[in-house]
Design a protein around this ligand. Structure first.
Ligand code: HEC
Ligand code: HEC
Length: 293
């Protein structure tokens, strides 16, 4: 009798050991499903990221970008700016764009690129866009930024096949603010840019332009004033970014680089110099006003 019990226990132990080693060593033996469990875990991790992104979005972003990502603001008055126009937030669904596309204004890679790269989205979310209601969220962790971006991408299927164009090479010239560059930049500006920006140096006001987005819920296009470099901050103020903006344009707006496609890279830098010259001139003027008061 005892002999049979001992033999039976060996058989049971043998079966258990066999079952344990026959499971791939990559996956710890699991009493339930073995390898399938891992897929379930990956899926859980994925949806946890989206879940975190949703939570952050619905705390930090939805009032301006809309609960469904369509830029229908919960608090429209938060979108008024000091320079007059209301600036609507980006529509992540494409619903309010006239071609039903998702178009980001700032895509380092190219004007034709409708989507921005993750790297760039992180930059914008961290820094914000100066002179607009879009605040910077510089205390978000890398994990939180990844989660937010993953969640934003759920608003439009186009992200699935999207490959961002690599940004153009940028090397700031050593003589960026030299008088020669500024003078060359002024000439180019007066030739090609004043149609919209006007001769600001001599006091003219930039002209309002239609964008490619509708005022949410209406069929009128959102108007935006082309930048006044003397009185308004640049959204993307670093020289590298001003260069990229002139080179690739601002998506969804009339600021379209096809209009100066014949300018070479050095001429683009001349224009960056002149834009900086105007910006500094504006700052000096306001300093003088403060000093004389
Ligand atoms: C107070 C309002 C407000 C809040 C809150 C806000 N945004 Fe924005 N956001 C804007 C506005 C306005 C713009 C458009 C600026 C422009 O058109 O120049 C914008 C633009 C953007 C852009 C697009 C930039 C481009 O190149 O087109 C991204 C991405 C973005 N916001 C992400 C976020 C995320 C993520 C959050 C939350 C963490 C957030 N925003 C919170 C107002 C807001
Ligand atoms: C057809 C109209 C038009 C022309 C021509 C034009 N722009 Fe613009 N530009 C705009 C508009 C509109 C904006 C503002 C877009 C916005 O804020 O959404 C703008 C914004 C800018 C900005 C601001 C970027 C920032 O970070 O805030 C720069 C720099 C700029 N333009 C430079 C130029 C230069 C240099 C030229 C000439 C080579 C030029 N633009 C020609 C319409 C134009």
């Amino acid at each position: 009798m005892w002999k049979w019990i001992v033999i039976a226990s060996f058989v049971v132990v043998g079966i258990v050991l066999y079952a344990a080693v026959s499971v791939s060593p990559q996956y710890p033996p699991s009493p339930v499903t073995g390898p399938i469990k891992t897929e379930v875990q990956d899926f859980t991790a994925f949806s946890e990221q989206i879940q975190l992104g949703k939570q952050l979005y619905e705390t930090l972003c939805f009032t301006c970008h809309g609960l469904n990502g369509d830029a229908v603001p919960i608090t429209p008055e938060a979108l008024n700016t000091q320079v007059g126009d209301r600036i609507y937030a980006r529509d992540f669904t494409g619903k309010t764009h006239m071609n039903e596309k998702v178009v980001f204004k700032y895509t380092w890679g190219g004007f034709a690129g409708e989507f921005a790269s993750d790297e760039e989205l992180k930059y914008i979310i961290r820094h914000g866009l100066y002179g607009t209601p879009m605040p910077g969220f510089d205390d978000l962790s890398e994990r939180e930024l990844d989660a937010l971006i993953a969640y934003i991408k759920t608003f439009n299927d186009g992200w699935k096949d999207y490959q961002p164009t690599p940004p153009p090479d940028v090397k700031v010239p050593y003589d960026l603010l030299s008088e020669e560059r500024i003078n060359r930049g002024r000439e180019l500006f007066l030739e090609r840019c004043i149609a919209c920006h006007q001769d600001q140096e001599n006091g003219a006001e930039p002209v309002p332009q239609p964008t490619q987005w509708y005022v949410p819920g209406t069929d009128s296009l959102i108007m935006i004033t082309s930048r006044n470099f003397l009185t308004e901050p640049l959204r993307f103020p670093e020289p590298e970014n001003v260069y990229r903006t002139i080179k690739v344009g601002i998506g969804g707006t009339t600021m379209n680089p096809a209009l100066w496609a014949d300018f070479n890279d050095d001429q683009i830098w001349d224009l960056v110099s002149y834009v900086y010259y105007l910006k500094n001139k504006g700052r000096n003027k306001s300093n003088e006003t403060v000093a004389s008061n």
